[in-house]
Design a protein around this ligand. Structure first.
Ligand code: KG4
Ligand code: ZN
Length: 340
């Protein structure tokens, strides 16, 4: 079979990205323009600012991805783009660029679910084996996803309230860390001890769901109580206690999911997959308890949002011939499995 080259575009949140991916597994280029500095002073992503940056960056980022891969649009077999979930205005910039390229160069257009992209980021490292279980942890999602086969997604558990990345960023704000707080808390946590015994919500419940809003409130209350009493809580210990609670809960439900489903491979994915504590504990636990089930975690640069993962996920959609028409619209609330 001939090689398939996909030009992929991602603009769902605050990174403008384009990549060229060969056969869903080989990264020829991956250009990521991050806007994080522009949103930092607001303590979160401002949708209008995100859209404006995407408009400014998109053409240049796509050109750079083609140049880096040493190809032209003539060599490209299909154009893939994130259709959702994400910010509607941000998604539309990538979708409009993808549609314009697909139309002008007469190439098929592939709609990709952003969360599927996070899972398939691992395919850039090694082939995925099905049935597969994935733990998706990002700024907007916390989900356990069972994939009986390629491109089929069953969400078996999810957060009932805050996503884990969202909880990290809120606790980061309480600790006066700059946005997004996840990475900084991870670093602080390694210098402290789990002294606070924070709640492990839903850990004993017989399901695969999560809840992180109670943990966030427990952190806020602990900080307020300490302030009122004139006590000090070491930020390192607060970060370590918060992170220990998050990791305990995520790993506990992961083990339960692997015990329940016939899993051949486990994938950790999403921005929070960059968390060193989570990577380490999950690796150690799975090695001990399921030595025959390989765990794949993308390298740090592919955990956050990027177009390479969209190109990897697009390959199986391409093989199934699931193309979009030029009336493709953004789906800000798209769920995994919904777009099949
Ligand atoms: O996947 P992502 O880049 O964007 C979404 O699709 O949401 O995830 C971003 C999230 C942010 O909440 C950020 O704080 C978190 O990932 N994050 C981390 C770490 N690095 C990024 N959370 C915990 N530890 C980290 N090292
Ligand atoms: Zn993401």
């Amino acid at each position: 079979m001939n090689d398939v080259l996909i030009l992929a575009i991602e603009s769902s949140c605050d990174e403008t990205s384009a990549a060229v991916i060969k056969n869903g597994c080989e990264q020829l280029s991956n250009v990521v323009a991050s806007q994080v500095k522009s949103h930092m002073r607001f303590g979160g992503v401002v949708p209008e600012i995100a859209s404006r940056h995407h408009v400014e960056q998109i053409t240049q980022v796509i050109d750079e991805a083609l140049v880096d891969a040493n190809v032209t649009m003539h060599d490209i077999d299909a154009v893939a783009v994130t259709e959702g979930p994400g910010l509607v205005g941000a998604l539309l910039i990538g979708i409009t660029a993808a549609k314009a390229l697909a139309f002008a160069h007469n190439k098929p257009l592939i709609p990709v679910n952003h969360m599927a992209g996070h899972i398939y980021a691992s395919q850039l490292q090694e082939p995925l084996q099905f049935p597969l279980m994935a733990l998706l942890v990002s700024g907007g999602h916390t989900e356990l996803v069972y994939m009986p086969e390629d491109n089929v997604f069953n969400i078996i558990g999810e957060t009932r309230d805050d996503a884990v990345g969202e909880a990290y960023d809120k606790v980061g704000r309480i600790l006066n860390l700059s946005y997004p707080g996840g990475k900084a808390i991870d670093e602080l946590a390694h210098k402290g001890q789990d002294t606070m015994n924070l709640p492990r919500a839903m850990i004993k419940e017989d399901n695969f769901d999560f809840s992180f809003s109670g943990l966030k409130s427990a952190v806020i209350n602990a900080v307020h109580n300490a302030k009122q009493k004139g006590d000090t809580i070491e930020p390192e210990n607060l970060a370590a206690s918060f992170q220990a609670s998050v990791i305990d809960t995520l790993v506990h439900k992961t083990v339960k999911a692997i015990q329940t489903y016939p899993v051949k491979q486990f994938v950790l994915a999403g921005g929070v997959a960059a968390n060193k504590g989570l990577r380490h504990t999950l690796q150690k636990t799975l090695n001990e308890q399921f030595p025959n089930i390989p765990l794949t975690i993308p390298p740090f640069q592919l955990c956050g949002d990027n177009a390479a993962m969209i190109g990897a996920a697009a390959y199986s959609v391409y093989q199934r011939g699931h193309f979009a028409q030029l009336d493709l619209n953004a789906s800000p609330g798209l769920s995994l499995g919904e777009d099949e």
